[in-house]
Design a protein around this ligand. Structure first.
Ligand code: TYD
Length: 206
């Protein structure tokens, strides 16, 4: 049916938006899911993030988790004809691993795309939340804890990469200001997602 992804740097407000959409779209039968996923593979990915494995291993683990996510959640849900919303998806790899693989591979984005080529399911729509890195990091500090991706120089690059991806594919991306109030952002996202679901239904009726 329709596959929608939420993307943005750590601390951008993506998870808050995801939780609020789970409530506001509860009448739609939408499947809510995330990467890294809830499987044992996702658990290994989280362990790898915590232990800081080398960047190639990490990129391939995230990609393995994506493959498992597609087979266990994304493909079956789309086949049932229900909308799917994923908190992080392929663009997380393109934006983050493009940054972590810089200096290791000559063209990280081309390599990442090649690794996904032929089996991934591209999203129909992506909501990208953008906000200044220092604001995102100060929000993270309030919550406590720090993962190794939460460094300002890395997140600056990651956000640049996200914006590059959005510029390349403007019809898929909706770029949202992360400094909007929580309620405003939630109602904007709910509105556009309902529209996307309706257009996908009417396309299928034709
Ligand atoms: P997650 O726990 O979902 O963090 P958040 O709540 O900020 O979304 O993801 C863990 C970290 O993994 C996060 O910093 C983003 C990073 N990540 C990648 O680097 N590549 C990927 O492909 C994915 C899915 C996540």
């Amino acid at each position: 049916m329709v596959l929608i992804t939420l993307e943005g740097i750590d601390g951008c407000g993506k998870s808050t938006l995801f939780t609020s959409l789970q409530n506001s779209l509860s009448d739609t039968g939408t499947v809510f899911t995330r990467e890294p996923g809830a499987t044992w593979i996702g658990a290994q990915v989280r362990r790898a993030i915590a232990e800081e494995v080398d960047p190639i291993t990490e990129a391939l683990l995230f990609t393995a988790d994506h493959a498992a996510h597609i087979e266990s959640v994304i493909r079956p849900s789309l086949a049932r004809g229900v909308p799917v919303i994923s908190d992080r998806y392929t663009d997380s790899r393109y934006a983050y691993q493009w940054a972590t693989l810089e200096g290791i591979l000559p063209d990280p984005l081309a390599w990442l795309r090649m690794v996904h080529d032929g089996w991934t399911i591209p999203p129909d729509h992506t909501i990208l939340i953008v906000l200044p890195v220092e604001v995102a990091l100060s929000r993270k500090k309030e919550i406590g804890g720090k993962e190794h991706f939460e460094e300002s120089s890395l997140l600056e690059k990651v956000q640049e990469h996200y914006l590059h991806l959005a510029t390349e594919d403007p019809s898929r991306f909706l770029v949202v200001d992360g400094e909007l109030g929580k309620e405003e952002m939630a109602s904007l996202a709910e509105r556009v997602i309902r529209d996307w679901c309706e257009s996908s239904r009417s396309r299928r009726r034709r």
